[in-house]
Ligand binder design. Structure first.
Ligand code: NAD
Length: 395
């Protein structure tokens, strides 16, 4: 079949298998160009390994550090002639490339929040890897069923305490329109903390530890975002911010626990990038479009792969030492948050109108980036060619 992008609001409901494979190969090339990472992780479990920051972490682990990787994600295979989700194609392509390199790579597709899946992962680690020395927590999900109570919680993206009104970029219609969001209820706040906070991360670490599959000196990292004040009401100080605070508190507890065995847990605050998760956040696409223009002009633009490559090389491994901020977090958003970058964003922000989107922002870059997430717009891919949407994981 010929697969074209079909965009519905802030998601693309189709994905291109060849394009996704090319996107994975392009990311591998970025890491390879920078050479091997010294003393990197050897056996890595990535939770949320199929797209965004998790996929890039899997790629840096494998192709920078030569690690064996077990990836966990929730993706949809092709069915009834409908293409699979991008994360499915990415993961198939990742495994193919890893195997060519002689690296172990297996994936488990299912609900990472469930205890069943945790047990499956533990069994796979015991059988194939023995132990893991790095666990990445990079899940971004709209809902989570608590395995203890069976209750399902939903995450929302809302302000806390008072309504929030700001300019928003409708990425579908290419229009600037004010958006107003009512404050979250107590239930919405606690639901978001349940889904995107640290409870499940801790559950993973507790079960992995109890099963004896964490190596001595094991590291675990979860990803966080802070961003500029203009997005704080809906992010840093909103429902998701409350969940991230819980994640930070969890990191401190996990760190104390892992230290006993010379391990460590920490949070890496990453920069704003276009991912399936971030494109759903109100106001953020406008901010990212402005930010991209400013950072590209200053030669500081990074995507997920450059961010994680830099995290591994300058902070977590490669003879580097972790450089924590006052609250014990690693700041990979250091370039994004630089005073000159943020001053430039603040200056442009109030001036952007529908008519000036192209002139004042890098919306074109935002859109290219968005389409690439689904395997569209990649160089070297023939989008007019007939492709088989069915892709199986290598044996
Ligand atoms: P993403 O949407 O690209 O990836 C989410 C991953 O979670 C996918 O692999 C998906 O399959 C997996 N997943 C979702 N529900 C699952 C479930 N129930 N079981 C198993 N897997 C499941 O998201 P992302 O933007 O890369 O976000 C990852 C982390 O990075 C989040 O903590 C996010 O807050 C953080 N972060 C994102 C940005 C950004 O700008 N996108 C910036 C800084 C930090």
């Amino acid at each position: 079949m010929i697969i074209k992008p079909r965009i519905r609001g802030f998601v693309c409901i189709t994905a291109h298998p060849e394009g996704c494979a090319q996107h994975v190969r392009d990311q591998i090339a970025v890491v390879r160009k920078n050479g091997p990472i010294k003393d990197g992780p050897k056996k890595v479990l990535v939770l949320g390994a199929s797209t965004g920051y998790g996929l890039s972490t899997r790629i840096v682990s494998a192709f920078g550090a030569g690690a064996d990787t077990l990836g966990v994600f929730f993706e949809r295979p092709a069915s009834n002639g409908k293409p699979a989700s991008a994360g499915w194609y990415n993961s198939v392509a990742f495994e193919e490339e890893a195997k060519k390199e002689g690296l172990y790579a297996k994936s488990i597709n299912g609900d990472a929040f469930s205890d069943d899946l945790k047990q499956q992962a533990i069994e796979t680690i015991k059988q194939d890897l023995g132990q893991v020395d790095l666990v990445i927590y990079s899940l971004a999900a709209p809902r989570r069923t608590d395995p203890v109570t069976g209750e399902t919680y939903r995450s929302t993206l809302k302000p806390i305490g008072k309504p929030f009104t700001a300019n928003n970029l409708d990425t579908d219609k290419k229009q600037i329109q004010p958006v107003s969001i009512e404050p979250a209820t107590e239930e919405e706040i606690s639901g978001t903390v349940k889904v995107m906070g640290g409870e499940d991360w801790e559950r993973w670490m507790t079960q992995l530890e109890a099963a004896g599959v964490l190596a001595e000196g094991c590291t675990t990292i979860a990803y966080d975002y802070i961003g500029p004040e203009v997005t704080w009401p809906v992010y840093h100080e909103g429902t998701i911010g409350a969940a991230k605070q819980h994640l930070r508190d969890t990191a401190a507890r996990l760190d104390a626990n892992l230290k006993v065995n010379r391990g460590r847990a920490f949070i890496s605050v990453n920069k704003a990038v276009v991912t399936q998760a971030s494109s759903a956040i109100p106001v953020v696409p406008l901010y990212i479009s402005i930010l991209f223009k400013v950072m590209k002009e200053k030669g500081l633009h990074e995507d997920t792969i450059e961010q994680i490559d830099r995290l591994f090389r300058t902070q977590a491994y490669n003879d580097a030492a972790l450089d924590f901020d006052d609250e014990g977090r690693v700041r990979m958003d250091d370039w994004e948050m630089r005073d000159d970058i943020q001053a430039a964003v603040r200056e442009v922000w109030p001036q952007v109108k529908t008519e000036t989107i192209d002139e004042l922002t890098d919306f074109a870059g935002y859109q290219e980036n968005f389409l690439r997430l689904f395997g569209f717009g990649l160089e070297g891919v023939d989008y007019e060619a007939d492709v088989d949407p069915e892709r199986e994981f290598p044996a």
